[in-house]
Write a protein that binds this ligand. Sequence first.
Ligand code: SF4
Length: 974
Amino acid sequence: MGDVVTPGKDDDNACVARADGGEDDDVVVVLYDAAVTDAFRATGSPSASPRRASTAADDEDVMTVDRVKPKYLPEFSMKSYYGVEERGESSPERATKRRRDGKPLELEIDGTAREPTKEIAIGGVYVKFPAKINPHPAQRMTMAKIIDALKKSQHAMIESPTGTGKTLALLCSTLGWLEREKEAYKKSAAKVRDMHEAWSVARKKYEDALIAFGHRNDKDKASTVKAEYGDGWDASRPFTCKTDVPPPPRVYVCSRTHSQIEQILRELKRTGYAPKYTVLSSRQRLCPLKKSDADCQDMLGDGLTQQERITSCAHYNRHEYVADHMNKYAEKNCAWDMEDFNRVVNEFSACSFFALRNLQATSEIVFCPYNYLFDHNVRRKMKLDIAGAAVIIDEGHNIEDVCRSGTSIELSMAQVAEAIAAFNAQSIKSAPGYYADVYQFLLKISHFLERIIGNTWEGQKEVVVRSHEIVGCVIDMLGEHAVELVRNLIKTPDNAKPTHNGPLTTYMNLCEDIANILHLVTKTPESYVIIIGRSVDINGEECEGMCISCMEPKVGFSTVAEQARCVILTSGTLSPMNTFEAELGVEFPIKIEAPHVVPTSQVYVELSDAIGEVTYKATSGVGASRFAQNLGKYLLEYAKVIPGGMLVFFPKYSLIDVTLREWHTSRLFAQISDQKHIVCESRGAAGFVDTLAEFNRGNATGKGSLMLAVFRGKVSEGIDFKDDSARAVFCVGIPFPNVFDVKVKTKRDFNDLPKSRQKGMLTGSAWYSAQAYRAYNQALGRCIRHPKDYAALFLVDARFREGGQYMMNNISKWIRKSVTACGSVNESVRNVDEFFKRTKKMLLEKEIKTESTDADVDETQNPESPVEYKAHRNENIFNAIGCEGNRKLCDAMDALHQAALSCEEPMRVNAIAKATTSIRALTYKVTNGSKLAKQGPGKVQGVGPSIGAQIDYFLEHDKFERMEYYLRGERMPH
Ligand code: SF4
């Protein structure tokens, strides 16, 4: 068993849980305090609550504010802060005009300052895209497939290599669709309202008619009225108009970490859209006072009077002003990012956590890390309503792990003992109801763990309980009333639970989390394994406890996929998609692998065998020392010829430590430092911003930096190192999971079971490899981020050379095409030097050529492949026509193009050729619209008569979907 943590409680622990190699400290768990929000709703807004008249009691309350007010706030009373004394009111409008120092707030929102956009027709939706960018095929394919999935409510998997502008495509297409849905929603809501109104009028007439007859209870007369008005007007059926207003469209846009969400928000500002949205994050991350969940709850909890609740946290009192201000962005056709939000929060000295929670009620889009949706306990606590919502997951390559960990839990004996001690200290263990259930639950778990761990023979680390024994194990743990006990813990409504009880809140939440996972265990025992025993955690300390580990990601994924309108997974590394699909247990009817935007001439990839000792055999003891020395000498040579920054990825932190130590003991550190500024990725989230800043500082000097980082760490996923910030990536070793980790071992065994094989899941070893290569490909994709970028990638592991094509199949397709190998470091360094000089010159020449020509077709983008070239031609035809011409025809052309691009090889070549011919004909039709419109069907020029007539037919009858099938050479299913 690995390290034992309390999921849902502690970010740092969550980080430690994944720290074997890399971790994501930014994905934090939120404890959502429903009681506080409910209390807040009941109280009304701070602005609406009574700001105190000048009585003795008021002075006390003002003192209460001062008591919790942070020290940096000036000594103003709440009244003077809001201008109550001077103005006699405390409206948000007043507050937005004044700051504590009396100067006006500078929070202007300027909608005209946004980047200009153009409209592009994609899959029947008009998408606003930044005007100065022509979406390239990868972006077009991504947008078309996202719109297709949203329109058809189907799950989709979209693999688009890193650096292809996937996030922008994702946002523009989703927001374009959302705009359209909002319009449709407004119309249908208005229609339903009209129906309700008409029904009310008719009902009134019926009532009046009954009264007019004078005898409401006269059966004969009543039946005469009924006969005239029809059935269904009885008072016993107060409202028979069955149609309800449909729920407004809602989208969850998720990524892996908060820093990736911040990047998405920055991209959102580049689009032409201004939706209402919020970002979900934890109190731990957002509270300006750095209060814990329990502390915050105590400050705002039910035990306080209404007045105390309003004033016990001054930041809380002002959060509504921030929400009001952020809502103004949408009104003024603007979008905001976290920098804008933090600026507003600072100006108001308000609570960011509750401001963002407040925005959730009116949000059309919710941004959050995807573990919030797929972690069973977090989703429940945050009361995220995903029914009917579209869920879009960016950087979804880790979704399997997140789904499995979101439906698993780890618990140490120390935690259980602490919780029992807390109950004993409060002397409420014998209190009836919920307290008693929680206390009994803890005692039973404690006794069970002591018994099982005590009975293990010396040398045995774990007891693994597998699927067929699981239900028996749960009954053994909780007794014969196990099901009832679990149900009581999870079904007790929030308002029936004790609140404002200090440390006990944490333990009650923990018990509820365990009960929820046990509930899932009893529902799907075949998907679980329980591991009980003593193990060594990440700090090297022995730790005893239990891990209830979910083996199938589908348990977590399907709960979301079944409720949501659709789930769209996007990432640069989703392949192999069919096994990914099998692991998630949900069918993805829409799948696509988009091409990379960078031609192969701009990528140098080397199977680095020149220092054969830098391999799997040389990572410990004497081998590690030799490895570090060799690696240092090797990097030193490359550092002399590589311009800009260099990234070096290692499988684990300990290897970085060894490497640095060895470099310091020899002259290597100083020698490399002469060429590049050496920076090392720090463990954990703290310090990461500083590390990155140091790396950028080194690059800014012109010398360049060399970053030593780990696979699966913050540097390896989600951070863009474009242009000179990183011109080379060295992937040292392959980041296979720890083969001795009991969780890894049980998962491999599970995948090898016949029932898993029948479901189409990967074999144990294939799953094990897939974990490693996803992380590997993510790291390789850090440094090519746009079509004019170029870089050298080094696969530093002799196994690639030895394994040949079999090994290479694990590497992303766009990298595989460019692989080379050299006999010696000297030869390799020469090649690399030439590559950088040649590519720089080529791009410079292209730039000059592009500036000096006014060609309709941008042939510089990718003239190498005839297929891609034709796709580019098609794309440029769209851009030339835009939406100026006949919109229906533009849609048709787009459908042709997308259908052709999404075809599998070898049909893709033919489909693009066919589409090119048809599009040329359609272009002619668009540009000569009025003349050709008169010619009628069958007159499309430039294509054969049968294709032309067929396309005409589709166009005339709006049969775009059939046209797609036609172009693919397939029959449309009925
Ligand atoms: S600032 Fe917000 S999160 Fe922090 S204690 Fe106050 S209300 Fe709670």
